[in-house]
Ligand binder design. Structure first.
Ligand SMILES: [Zn+2]
Length: 279
């Protein structure tokens, strides 16, 4: 359900239909509990439809949705918009190319947000290409100006972020794209948990592999997403990959495949990090 709009925006009807559908998916997938979560979708440069507070997002109807302007003034609708709309409005202000924002509390992503562990390891090809790295916005008191301020630094450069001790936020060029990114963030978090904590081993992609995935992402028109951390480079100064973040154990000059020794070393490092972070 993704449209190619002539003026870059959906009609009121299309926007509302997509918000209701994303709300149903969000609730059905257990990405929100109770009345949590919120969704918004721009229909012009200055107006957007958004979800109300105090309602399960799985059971919304058309008349519950609220039309507001970018300053938060309600233009249509009798329901009260969520206080978390401040966060959405800030995303639109920081990056006018964003058309939709989705906020949820998916359990695994939220657990990473609580642990203070960003999703930034290059372990999944689809995650590197589709969403890139997912940083953590620092803790902010709900309902205050701290919340929009905390996410502002990531809006132009990334496709979403975790909210410390709270949940996750994604954005995109359509409501469905923002939602797909939310699904991808939770999947990335789940696989990170399995490999990091349950299996205890993850072979990170090499710098070269990450470079090629990012090149493909850029070619597909996605210029945001940052760069997940590739298998670290031991010779950062002379490394041919300018984006390499440095470190030890890198094989980005070599075969591009981890040997058995590398895998054992990485597994040991992961275990040490998990132990130190108490994860
Ligand atoms: Zn929330």
């Amino acid at each position: 359900m993704s449209y190619q709009f002539e003026d870059g925006y959906p009609s009121d009807l299309e926007a509302k239909r997509e918000i209701l559908e994303v709300g149903r998916r969000m609730y059905a997938k257990n990405f929100v509990a109770s009345n949590d979560g919120n969704i918004s979708y721009k229909v012009s440069d200055t107006t957007l439809w958004c979800t109300p507070t105090g309602v399960s997002k799985g059971y919304m109807t058309d008349e519950m949705l609220v039309l507001m302007d970018l300053d938060g003034n309600v233009l249509r609708g009798s329901w009260k918009p969520s206080s978390e709309m401040k966060m959405h409005l800030r995303v639109y202000k920081e990056n006018p190319s964003v058309k939709a924002v989705v906020h949820a509390h998916p359990p695994v992503s939220t657990s990473f947000a609580i642990a203070g562990i960003p999703l930034n390891r290059a372990i999944l090809t689809e995650a590197v290409m589709g969403i890139g790295e997912i940083p953590i916005a620092p803790y902010a008191m709900p309902g205050t100006q701290e919340v929009p301020d905390s996410i502002a630094p990531f809006v132009k450069t990334h496709n979403g972020c975790l909210l410390a001790n709270h949940g996750a936020l994604t954005w995109g060029s359509s409501c469905m794209e923002a939602w797909m990114r939310m699904e991808s963030v939770e999947y990335y978090a789940t696989v990170s948990m399995y490999t990091g904590n349950i299996i205890g081993q993850a072979n990170e992609l090499t710098c070269e592999q990450v470079d090629r995935l990012i090149e493909r992402r850029t070619n597909s028109g996605i210029t945001t997403g940052g760069r997940p951390t590739c298998r670290d480079c031991s010779d950062k100064d002379t490394c041919q990959f300018s984006t390499c973040k440095g470190g030890s154990g890198c094989s980005c000059h070599g075969s591009g495949q981890a040997g058995a020794d590398d895998a054992a070393l990485i597994a040991q490092i992961v275990r040490n990090v998990i132990r130190e972070q108490g994860f």
